[in-house]
Design a binder for this molecule. Structure first.
Ligand code: ASP
Length: 351
């Protein structure tokens, strides 16, 4: 579906520096009042419409904000066309899909998470059960799968043909010194072709209560057992009912060591608007890496929403044509918003 200017040109307050993607290109946003309820996800228009709509149906009727973010996240988890979340996600280096997810509910400040979960299509729903039905916050691996089975989840093959073929090609291309011949359309390459991809869904209900979910199959072809930031509370997700919520995507290792989503929410608590807070979290990651002498060849992206319903988004890397996106659904409809970024992908500092 194509984008129309009419659908995409209103912005929440605090987003004045952010441009909106429209059919004719990226245009400057106008100021607008934030409105509640609101649901946002870390994708552009295509997924944003489907994902946010599922949660919006619940929020619109005055339903529970946790139900809204869970049902929204389930849309992409269950869809095999997305190769970075749930069913159809790219597998680890052994060809096994291992999923990570977390959730957090503002009114109770409770959270739940699963990591390295195999065979369950909707890890965010399992994370929610960890939150609501146990005294724990994070259950991993076989324990998480047994826990899911105890709650009636079906264990299924999550590796689709498309993902299997992509994984096999990666494996066959990995080294010219092993016994796997490269596929005819592939040449030897080492770390190229690795993919990140995740979704964050955050929402604020009419009464200002917040909830969030982050869900992913993580870094493609990862070492079995690797856990990224998505199921780590404070890294891939954080919700504070007094302030707002944030979620991260991209290179999880950096988000873990910067406590990224917690940092974004802490900055909003200190008075920053969501966009400034997301940008500062990106700057923090860059500083940490500069001190360690690491070149920035990766990106991380944060999205955030505050209690008033103002939305922000920023990434380390982006381009004018391919900026970091967040999509926002309110009673005014869907807006796909292009966020800020620190460097263009060619490495030029925009700061
Ligand atoms: N942050 C996720 C991870 O590192 C991947 C992603 O967001 O793309 O597992």
């Amino acid at each position: 579906m194509s984008l129309s200017r009419r659908n995409f040109v209103k912005l929440a307050a605090g987003m004045s520096a952010i441009s909106v993607l429209a059919k004719s290109g990226v245009t400057k946003a106008k100021r607008g009042e934030p409105s509640l309820p609101v649901i946002v996800c870390s994708r552009g228009e295509k997924w944003g419409r489907k994902v946010n709509r599922a949660g919006w149906k619940i929020l619109q009727k005055g339903g529970n904000v946790m139900d809204a973010v869970e049902k929204a996240a389930n849309i992409v988890e269950l869809d095999p066309r997305d190769d970075s979340v749930g069913y159809g996600g790219l597998p680890n280096e052994e060809g096994v899909v291992q999923l990570d997810s977390s959730c957090m509910y503002g009114p109770t400040h409770n959270c739940g998470a699963v990591a390295c979960l195999e065979g369950i299509k909707t890890p965010s729903s399992v994370a929610r059960l960890v939150m609501e039905r146990t005294d724990h916050m994070l259950i991993v691996g076989l324990g998480a799968q047994r826990f899911a089975r105890a709650h009636g989840f079906l264990v299924q093959e999550l590796l689709t043909e498309k993902a299997r073929i992509e994984w096999l090609k990666w494996k066959e291309n990995l080294s010219k010194d092993d016994d796997w011949f490269s596929p005819k359309d592939g040449v030897y390459r080492d770390r190229q072709g690795r993919k990140y991809g995740t979704i964050n869904v955050l929402a604020v209900d009419r009464g200002g209560n917040l909830a969030g979910v982050t869900t992913t199959s993580g870094l493609s072809f990862k070492i079995p057992g690797r856990v990224g930031d998505s199921p780590i509370i404070g890294a891939g997700l954080y919700v504070d009912n007094e302030v707002g919520a944030a979620g991260a995507t991209g290179r999880g290792e950096e988000v873990i060591r910067s406590c990224g989503s917690f940092y974004v929410v802490a900055l909003m608590r200190a008075g920053k608007n969501p966009t400034q807070a997301c940008l500062d979290a990106c700057r923090r990651i860059v500083e940490i890496n500069k001190r360690a002498g690491t070149r920035i060849t990766f990106s991380d992206k944060f999205i955030a929403v505050n209690k008033k319903g103002e939305v922000g988004c920023a990434a380390i890397l982006g381009t004018k044509k391919d900026p970091p996106m967040v999509s926002v659904m309110t009673s005014k409809g869907l807006k796909a918003i292009a966020g800020e970024y620190l460097y263009d992908r060619e490495g030029k500092n925009r700061d």
